[in-house]
Write a protein that binds this ligand. Structure first.
Ligand SMILES: [Zn+2]
Length: 107
């Protein structure tokens, strides 16, 4: 199951603010974005199954290619509790792997 998504920065900010106010439609949109209703989700960093699914509990970071785009990935509680710099280092390593994979698919 793919756990990485990308979303327009403004859209995400608007949804997050609305969800924070208790807007049910925004909450549902965020759940859809994270893939929370699609069954089993694996941690983007360590591939463990993620059982807890907080609405804003994943990893959010600017796209490496476009700063108006945010990327999000679901991560498990263990990876969430890593120090920020370590988590970021792992994220970059995983992103490089993903890039490598898509390159192999293209060629
Ligand atoms: Zn993890």
């Amino acid at each position: 199951m793919k756990t990485l998504f990308s979303v327009d920065r403004e859209t995400f900010t608007r949804l997050a603010q609305a969800a924070d106010r208790g807007d049910q439609n925004a909450l549902q949109s965020l759940r859809d974005l994270w893939g929370y209703d699609r069954g089993e989700i694996r941690c983007f960093l360590c591939s463990n199954i993620v059982s807890e699914r907080p609405i804003l509990g994943g990893l959010i970071f600017p796209s490496l290619h476009d700063e108006q785009t945010l990327c999000g990935a679901v991560i498990c509680a263990v990876c969430s509790s890593l120090p920020a710099d370590e988590r970021w280092a792992q994220t970059l390593a995983r992103l490089e792997e993903e890039d490598g994979k898509s390159l192999t698919t293209v060629h």
